[in-house]
Design a protein around this ligand. Sequence first.
Ligand SMILES: O=C(O)CN(Cc1ccccc1)C(=O)c1nc(-c2ccccc2)[nH]c1C(=O)O
Length: 161
Amino acid sequence: MAKPLPADWEERHSNSRGVPYYFNRTTGQSVWERPTASTSASSTTTGGAPQKVRASHLLVKHAESRRPSSWKSPTITRSKGEAREIITSFRERIVSGETDLPTLAKTESDCSSAKQGGDLGFFGPKQMQKAFEDATYALQVGELSSIVDSDSGLHLILRTA
Ligand SMILES: O=C(O)CN(Cc1ccccc1)C(=O)c1nc(-c2ccccc2)[nH]c1C(=O)O
């Protein structure tokens, strides 16, 4: 029987790895190992300030997106299913090594960050949509997410710091 988690820690599920990870609601830290009392003692690597992360992403919008419009297309009419097929193909091309996320985001992302190769800079807890934040914090630096669904559309996320 697993020991109860220390205060402020919760177990979450990493879609990209299919395993649980542990998230500290106070510091925003994510760890793969089940935390014990000693983890919570060292739970902040920055003396208490919530840990910031950096990521780049590729956004494919669809007709159900909250704002179905982008620099690429004034009116986005593709279905969510079509968007999923498109972003799945993009992910396969990245995983195969044919291209990389920043290169593909520049021409294919429906986010205004496309011009910067999808780079969003550093952000901390509560700054991004929950699904996007949770997915990013579950990634190790250098890891590519599975397809992430937010109100804006479908994303591939590459954690860069
Ligand atoms: O969701 C909305 O109502 C409109 N948005 C939000 C938005 C709009 C412009 C700039 C940044 C964010 C978007 O659709 C959107 N979301 C994002 C986004 C979502 C998650 C992480 C990073 C960016 N980018 C965009 C964009 O047009 O460029």
